[in-house]
Each structure stands twice: as structure tokens, then as C-alpha cells.
Design a protein around this ligand. Structure first.
Ligand SMILES: NCC(=O)CCC(=O)O
Ligand SMILES: [Zn+2]
Ligand SMILES: [Zn+2]
Length: 374
């Protein structure tokens, strides 16, 4: 039907039902004087239920409408630590985010901690030539940036809760998240062995929480068993990137971490964007394997998955990672005048919380610390 026909059709219906439309017209306070037919009582009763504005006409009553409101304690801030000690390099595709050398980490984080930063998630970025190899040896190099940063932060900023991303892609020469067979496909058994060793190194160095993002089958169980065997499962939280979708929202992160695969893609181990059932299975699997926190990633395009995760993992914290592409998109939109940056940052995060997350990994964290104080 064309638009003009549609309008005609609508107006025909309207005129046919003109009495009804008059008695149900929503003019709060005017209903009584406007109608004097028998429909009036129905209309008033209808109006009683339809009066919602009082519930959100005041800033505080508006705030009360949210089941969950963003607090500083919900935020985890991603930090990129390089092996070049004095480095402080802005990441062009991630506005306001930097690669930090070890000497920069504490001076950078200290003021944020004073503003209420509670938690960081660490990513290592080996830059030295030859630092990457097929096994991702740099991931748990005792002199490497991640193990050094864990110990440094624990020592210098004892109030901070230190989460460490566990994956091989930042450290492998091929940029994949595991160890490969000669034909380039993923050797799951070896990858799980290696990833769980790396997780153990971080845990022993003092990480409060290890977060495997590699998506190899069975890694949660392997890490949990090693934590138990080592006698540290009571102090190391295991956060699983349970539902991590492949897609095009990780570009700026790969710039930042230098973790772009040198060939192929990650579709064999990251979930297909349409795979809601698969995500539910992955979440159940990771709970059964001993995960303590379930993460969904990316966040805003996967709100149904966050909601599923909260439903399946009812008694567990659910985290959502608002990834680099989401962050860069919001910045680009604000720069193009589509919306105000702060308003959109809050709106997108409110969506993530409403869907069921109680923890948000976000590059907006420093700004939220300021905005939440206002
Ligand atoms: N394992 C961590 C990531 O892949 C981060 C993704 C992003 O921020 O784009
Ligand atoms: Zn990876
Ligand atoms: Zn990753």
C-alpha cells in the first residue's frame, strides 16, 4: 500500500470510530470535561493506569526506574602494557587510550585509583623484534610486560583488583589464539595446555582474576583443575569469555595489541554472530567447567545474549565487554554530531546493564569515573 493510501485508510478507520477515539484520547486531567457519555468511567479507569509521568518527572524518581545503575565498582578498565618501559603511545583508532610501558603504568593508574577506579584488565603488547613465536612464549615470560605489570600493580596499587586477559594472540607470530597444526588449523589440546599454563603463571604472580579469551574448547576446566592442584583456586576468580562472537568490532583492539591474525580469521573458535543457541551452550559448558564469572563480548549488538547469560547464570556475576569497535563507533558518532558522547556512553551502558550485566569492561571507564562524580 502506498503512503497516501495508507493515510486514507487510517483516516477512514478514524472517522468510523470517532466516538471511541474521542473518549480514549489521552489528555490527562481533561478526560472528565471532554466526555460525558457512558464511556467516561472506562476512560477514567483507563487514565489511572496510563498515568506514568510522576514516576520519572524528577531526576531521583527517574533514577529509581533503573533496576541496576552504573557504579564505579562495576567497571573494569582495559590497559595495554608494552615491553618498552617508558612508552606512552596514544592508539590512533582508540581515542584517549594509550599503550603504556611498565614505568608509565603506576603514574597513569594512580590518579584514576584516587578517582575510584577499582579494577583493570591487563593486555600485554610485546613490541620487541622477535618477541613473538609460534607458541606465544612472551605471554608468560617472567620478564615480559604482563607478569611484570601484575606484580608491579599488586605492590604499588594494592587497592586495585587485577584481572588479566589470557590468550595467545598478542604473543604468537601468526596472531591466532592458540597453537596451530602444520596446516594452520587449531590444535585444541595443545592450545588448552598452553593457555592454562599461561593462566597459572598470571595467577601465581598475583592476578585476582584470570580471564581466558581464547575460546579453545575445555580451557575453563583445564585452568580450574590447575588452580585447584596449585591450591590457589580459593583466591583466583575465573572469568570466562564464554560467549565471544567473531565479527568486525575488534579492529581497534587489534591495532592496539598488534594481535591481528597474519592469515585466516577466528571463525573456527569465536562464535558466529547469529549463534544464540551456541552461545547458550557455551555459557552452560563454561559454568559446568568451573567458571566463576560469565562474560559476553561484544556487548551492545549482543544484548539478547547478555540476557540469556543472566538467565542461565542466575547465581553468578555476568560481565559484558564493550569492545574497541563499539567504543570507537560511539566516538565517531559523537564527532560527527550524531549525539553527545557522554549521553551515548551512558545510554549504551544502561542497555548493557538492563540486559543483565553487573560488570562492564569499558574503555570509557576513566570518563565514567568523572561523569559519575558530577
Ligand atoms: N580478548 C580481548 C579482546 O579481544 C578485546 C576486544 C576489543 O576491545 O575489541
Ligand atoms: Zn586471542
Ligand atoms: Zn582476545
Amino acid at each position: 500500500m502506498s503512503f497516501s493510501n495508507l493515510v486514507k485508510d487510517m483516516s477512514f478507520k478514524d472517522s468510523k470510530n470517532s466516538d471511541d477515539s474521542r473518549s480514549t484520547v489521552s489528555r490527562p486531567g481533561l478526560a472528565r470535561s471532554y466526555t460525558s457519555t457512558q464511556a467516561t468511567s472506562v476512560s477514567i479507569a483507563g487514565d489511572i493506569k496510563s498515568q506514568l509521568h510522576a514516576g520519572y518527572s524528577h531526576p531521583l524518581s527517574r533514577a529509581w526506574q533503573a533496576e541496576r545503575q552504573l557504579t564505579k565498582a562495576m567497571l573494569i578498565y582495559p590497559i595495554f602494557v608494552t615491553d618498552n618501559p617508558d612508552e606512552f603511545t596514544p592508539i590512533p583508532s582508540l581515542p584517549n587510550q594509550n599503550r603504556l610501558g611498565l614505568n608509565q603504568v603506576v603514574p597513569f593508574l594512580q590518579p584514576l585509583v584516587e578517582q575510584g577506579l577499582r579494577s583493570v584488565i591487563l593486555f600485554g603488547v610485546p613490541l620487541a623484534p622477535g618477541a613473538k613465536d609460534a607458541l606465544g612464549t612472551a605471554a608468560d615470560d617472567p620478564e615480559g610486560p604482563v607478569l611484570q605489570a601484575i606484580q608491579l600493580i599488586r605492590r604499588s596499587l594494592p587497592q586495585l583488583y587485577v584481572v588479566v586477559d589470557v590468550c595467545l594472540c598478542e604473543y604468537t607470530s601468526h596472531g591466532h589464539c592458540g597453537i596451530l597444526y602444520e596446516d594452520g588449523s587449531l590444535n585444541n589440546a595443545m592450545s588448552v595446555e598452553r593457555v592454562s599454563d599461561v593462566a597459572m603463571a598470571y595467577a601465581k604472580a598475583g592476578a585476582h582474576c584470570v580471564a581466558p579469551s581464547d575460546m579453545n574448547d575445555g580451557r575453563i576446566r583445564a585452568i580450574k583443575l590447575k588452580l585447584i592442584e596449585e591450591g590457589i583456586s580459593h583466591r583466583v576468580n575465573l572469568m570466562s569469555y564464554a560467549a565471544k562472537f567473531s565479527g568486525c568490532l575488534y579492529g581497534p583492539f587489534r591495532d592496539a595489541a598488534g594481535s591481528c591474525p597474519s592469515f585466516g580469521d577466528r571463525k573456527c573458535y569465536q562464535l558466529p554472530p547469529g549463534g544464540r543457541g551456541l552461545a547458550r551452550r557455551a555459557i552452560r559448558r563454561d559454568i559446568d567447567e568451573g567458571a566463576d564469572i560469565i562474560m559476553v563480548k561484544p556487548a551492545s549488538s549482543y544484548l539478547d545474549i547478555i540476557s540469556d547469560a543472566k538467565d542461565i547464570a542466575k547465581d553468578m556475576p555476568v560481565a559484558a565487554y564493550q569492545v574497541s569497535g563499539e567504543y570507537a563507533m560511539i566516538h565517531a558518532g559523537a564527532k560527527a554530531g550524531v549525539f553527545d558522547l557522554k549521553t551515548m556512553a551512558f545510554e549504551s551502558t544502561e542497555g548493557i546493564l538492563r540486559a543483565g550485566a553487573g560488570i562492564v569492561v569499558s574503555y570509557f571507564t576513566p570518563q565514567f569515573l568523572t561523569w559519575l562524580d558530577a
